[in-house]
Design a protein around this ligand. Sequence first.
Ligand code: HEM
Ligand SMILES: *[C@@H]1O[C@H](CO)[C@@H](O)[C@H](O)[C@H]1NC(C)=O
Ligand SMILES: *[C@@H]1O[C@H](CO)[C@@H](O)[C@H](O)[C@H]1NC(C)=O
Ligand SMILES: *[C@@H]1O[C@H](CO)[C@@H](O)[C@H](O)[C@H]1NC(C)=O
Ligand SMILES: [Ca+2]
Length: 380
Amino acid sequence: MASVSDVKTSYNLENAHQTMKQVKDKKRDKCLKIGLTFGILIGLVVFAIVLAVLITVMAQNNFNSVPNNNNNNGDCTTSEVVQPRVTAHDVNTIKADITEHIREKRQGGSLIRIAGFVRLAFHDCVGGCDGCIDLGNGENAGLGLYIEELDPVYSKYSNKLSRADFWQLAGIAALQESGRGCNNCIHPWVQFVAGRKDCSSSPKYDGPHRMFPNNGGHANIDDVLGFFNSTFGLSRSQPELAVALLGAHSLGRTHRGASGWDGPWDLTPDRLDQSYYSDMMRLNWTEVEISNNKHQWKPPIGNTMMLHADMCLHKVISPINTTTGQSACPFAQLCDNQPETSKFVQLFADDLEAWERNFQAAYYKMITTGYTNAELYVPA
Ligand code: HEM
Ligand SMILES: *[C@@H]1O[C@H](CO)[C@@H](O)[C@H](O)[C@H]1NC(C)=O
Ligand SMILES: *[C@@H]1O[C@H](CO)[C@@H](O)[C@H](O)[C@H]1NC(C)=O
Ligand SMILES: *[C@@H]1O[C@H](CO)[C@@H](O)[C@H](O)[C@H]1NC(C)=O
Ligand SMILES: [Ca+2]
């Protein structure tokens, strides 16, 4: 649309230039006949009149072209939208329904679905948030249960929003629930925007394999920061965004039956508190092999853990043996601090507000992956 109006404008300008040239030529003839002084006077008057006419015409053209433009835009948008817009009222209803589901599934007082829904929201946005998860990809192991459980809830609202939007709303509802009544938690305020489109096989996915940073569990700092840069546009020159987002591991746990790793990152798996960062800094972590070619980090006491992808934010643990997954520096206290990111692990362990701010920004980038601002809308 912009190019059409640009062409129109330059066409008018060209006409104007040509008219101006003709006027100037006429003026020169008169000058020769009547004499220099009188000629200049007449010329100035004619020039002023023509200029006034030109300005009026051009102003009118501009005035006309603006509403035309808007009408065209309006037509395009209307013809593209298939799904009716979800309203703010709908969003509140659906979110309350999801929250009720999270509370129903609590186990031993812990709201274990909070972590599951946040992980689902993350994984759906790898390759663009599209309501589709490839359960044949080992990186997605364990997500099938959450998808199955959420589907009866989604089917109540499938005429109002895409599954991709619904999963992101579930992630936001989970984040909100994790902060309820928690003073030492972040309370990230993430604007829910709608307008995502499901892939045709939703909730299954049958397109080309999507890459995760895990690299068979051998991830190092370049894998992790490179992944967040290329997948979610979290710039490598602002590693604090990646460090803040990975703090989502303050929620949930790894499962032997899913990824094969074992244990939670901290002792508060339904709370987005700073333990993930402070434990990483404070505890005497040692690398252990928990099964063939699978290594994780363990503290002296307790069953918590860190993946290589977590520990590499704080310590230089590379090179990691690509066959065994073993770190070249298996005692974290003896490893160098990671020069790019360790300072942000420290910052977020100390400063709740700084973590919240960076988490919020990074999370919003994640959940809008694959869409332009024009394709998404804030429900009204
Ligand atoms: C370098 C990037 C990442 C790696 C290598 C990674 C790896 C993993 C692994 C191996 C698990 C365990 C899965 C299982 O066995 O059940 C897991 C769980 C989880 N991840 Fe990540 N993750 C990454 C980034 C993220 C991000 C960006 C988020 C969210 C913003 C996230 C949120 C979670 C949550 C909440 C869980 C717990 C799920 C549950 O308790 O069921 N992760 N992650
Ligand atoms: C970060 O992502 C941009 C855009 O995809 C890419 O051009 C650039 O090479 C990436 N940088 C790194 C260090 O991965
Ligand atoms: C940390 O753990 C290692 C390995 O278990 C041990 O040798 C070392 O003494 C511990 N360091 C401290 C300060 O406890
Ligand atoms: C990786 O570990 C295997 C088994 O211990 C060993 O044979 C190999 O040399 C190691 N590779 C590197 C690059 O250190
Ligand atoms: Ca926690």
